[in-house]
Ligand binder design. Sequence first.
Ligand code: HEM
Length: 457
Amino acid sequence: MSMQSALSPAVTTPPNPKALRHIPGDEGWPFIGNTLKVLADPKGQIEKSAAKYGPIYRTNLFGETSVTLLGPEANELVLFDQARLFSSTHGWGPILGLLFPRGLMLLDFEEHRLHRRALSVAFKAGPMKSYLVDLDRGIAARVRQWKSQPGDMLVYPAMKQLTLDLAATSFLGADIGPEVEEVTRAFVDMVAAAVAPIRTPLPFTQMGRGVAGRKRIVAYFSEQIPIRRARGGGDDLFSQLCQATHEDGALLSTQDVIDHMSFLMMAAHDTLTSSLTTFVGELAANPDWQQRLRDEVKGLGIEANDPSSIDNLEKMPLSEMAFKEAMRLKPPVPSMPRRAVREFSFRGYTIPAGTSVGINPLYTHHMPEIWSDPDKFDPLRFTDEASRNRHRFAWVPFGGGAHMCLGLHFAYMQAKTFARHFLQNLEVSLEPGYKADWQMWPIPKPRDGLKVKIKPV
Ligand code: HEM
């Protein structure tokens, strides 16, 4: 802890906007600020502001004056956060707090460290191996089904359904039974509400459905936790969390298990749906790369019906690089909010305590001074050689520092297992001249679902 943070108390309320006037930028229209412009075209709007004001600028989003910090140095300052200046609780809280209270990403500093440690048992090599068995089985079955219906396919809804079904088994266990539909529906309502424009849980709104969904999820987990604990064992993530303990050996409280499970399911769901959709879209648009990855899969020497092993996945470096490149182009978490709990400075500007700050992977991932020809899909940007000379916070789809994505290996495992089955069985292409229409915020998603053609190879 720095001297400064040891001395000054944390501030969690916004400063007077006048205290930010020295920072270049503009607040846009009264009340709505720049919110609508940013929502309509987040990347274009940020690039415009960066060109006009530079890598630190003031804006008004969702009714509050905030400061955007751009580039790898900004990412490092905010994510690495050695001085514990930036609160994730008070950054993400306004967006996710109502539906996913006390999820790991919504905890700060020492309390966060303790919970992260307790949860990390569920992501160690042993449990990961059992999740792979479920993921592999589920993906293989779904790809077989797609193979039996060649022709047009909408990638986004197909991925959403697949990721949801996989979460039900690898997170909750294959024997979840008839409640699966109910739990899944409640969960879908919560995820949709997390980014709903109307933030009050009024009846018939997304937020209203989300809050009702949370009630059902809480009831389900509350009933299941004692059952799972009494039964012991279990290879799924929920069973792992039911057995997880704090440093003193005490089990996590029932409420903690509920909050962590809800958050984990949310964290995994839209991010994987988004990144796998981008991945398939890029394979369809780049047939040469599609073939190179297919050759890599062929080189594994496994039959179409063989299960995938960790060893197989480790021998897919090109697929991993292609997935990384997909997340460079369309990072599933395009911006990350924090609140500065103490005064700090960046590029010569002093920013007061309480300021809402945001960093922007979407912008950083397209900076031409870092990424030549930034819109081109080129997985070779991620060879060891090419990565070595790049700032370590130039590519941050999983964040970094204390809050770095805990499910990163899970995400690679799912993506590579998917790549293996998909490429071994299917060829994917686009109609000539077709370009999907992407909405980039809050999570990149093709508005039209992303139309492709699939056929058996
Ligand atoms: C491609 C897929 C994924 C992407 C791009 C992604 C991205 C991220 C990012 C950017 C953060 C940090 C946000 C911040 O610091 O503000 C994060 C945190 C987190 N992610 Fe992921 N995620 C993915 C998949 C997953 C999966 C599959 C899981 C669980 C199985 C997961 C669990 C978590 C958790 C628990 C945190 C909070 C970590 C902490 O606060 O210590 N994520 N993720």
